[in-house]
Design a protein around this ligand. Structure first.
Ligand code: 2HA
Ligand code: ZN
Length: 276
């Protein structure tokens, strides 16, 4: 038995490799975090080393006090996670105020958790509350086509949501709440974390202009599937716009309403506006 036999650890590694294979993780791009269930902490506790020093998170997440997370390491390559999880990722514990973290496993050759730790933890805090504890995965990827779209579409939630919904019939079923967009900001700090977590109150997806995407979900499959669906939709839009600036036909607001009825999803009217 090794920590690599534990199911959530395997799911974490698989997502990293799947993202790499999609081409979303050049060099050290992207990061992943998983909020570990109490019973899963007990499955891995025997592999913990002497706790490292308490270090400042860079923001405060009181609703996550005392929780454990598996996260990718700063400067580490997704490409290498499958080869050496203990070098490229880590398990951390938060203190009783949600202000500091310490490393309990991993980063065996040194290093720090992801540079986007403030964004990950603030998103976890918001999604834990919004989903009554169901959401556990926050995933950041440098998705090529979504990034390309942030140069040509207005950076508005309603525009991105509607354009992405129109590109594939399943889209409004997969992300019925829509997607949020953050204008360009310096990554890694508290300000972008606050802006992103504000959007995560409403959406499961936040787009960072000229940078990438954040997705949230209850498990690895759903979260990866969400990232994949949004990015594929963006790819179709990029192809469509490359062929022609206008569409000859598309999915109409009434089509969306009919779909919502049959698929039992609520599609907010704010995204079903008439275009001219
Ligand atoms: O390099 O993706 O946003 C890691 C990142 C920072
Ligand atoms: Zn990034």
């Amino acid at each position: 038995m090794s920590i690599l036999d534990v199911k959530f650890v395997q799911g974490f590694i698989r997502l990293c490799n799947d993202g790499w294979l999609q081409g979303w993780h050049e060099r050290n791009g992207g990061n992943l975090s998983y909020r570990i269930r109490p019973e899963e902490v007990e499955e891995v506790r025997e592999y913990f080393h002497e706790p490292g020093e308490w270090k400042a998170i860079g923001t405060t997440v009181p609703d996550l006090a005392g929780e454990y997370f598996m996260v990718t390491g700063s400067g580490k390559y997704f490409r290498n996670v499958i080869l050496d999880p203990e070098d490229t990722s880590c398990i951390i514990e938060l203190d009783e105020k949600g202000e500091n973290y310490r490393v309990l496993w991993g980063l065996c050759n040194g290093g720090r958790p992801t540079s986007e730790l403030p964004s990950h933890l603030m998103n976890h805090e918001v999604k834990k509350k919004a989903s009554n504890g169901a959401h556990r995965v926050i995933y950041h990827a440098h998705t090529t086509n979504v990034i390309a779209l942030t140069f040509v579409l207005p950076l508005e939630d309603r525009i991105f949501t509607r354009e992405l919904w129109e590109m594939a019939t399943e889209c409004p079923v997969v992300f019925p709440d829509g997607v949020g967009v953050v204008g360009w900001m310096v990554p890694g700090g508290r300000d972008i974390a606050v802006a992103t977590s504000e959007l995560m109150k409403k959406y499961d997806v936040a787009i960072w202009a000229h940078h990438g995407m954040f997705a949230s979900g209850p498990d690895f499959d759903t979260t990866f599937g969400l990232m994949h669906t949004v990015e594929k939709s963006a790819e179709i839009l990029v192809k469509t716009l490359s062929m022609s600036p206008t569409k000859l036909q598309t999915i109409t607001p009434q089509n969306f309403r009919d779909l919502a009825k049959d698929f039992n999803v609520n599609l907010p009217e704010e995204f079903l506006y008439e275009k001219n």
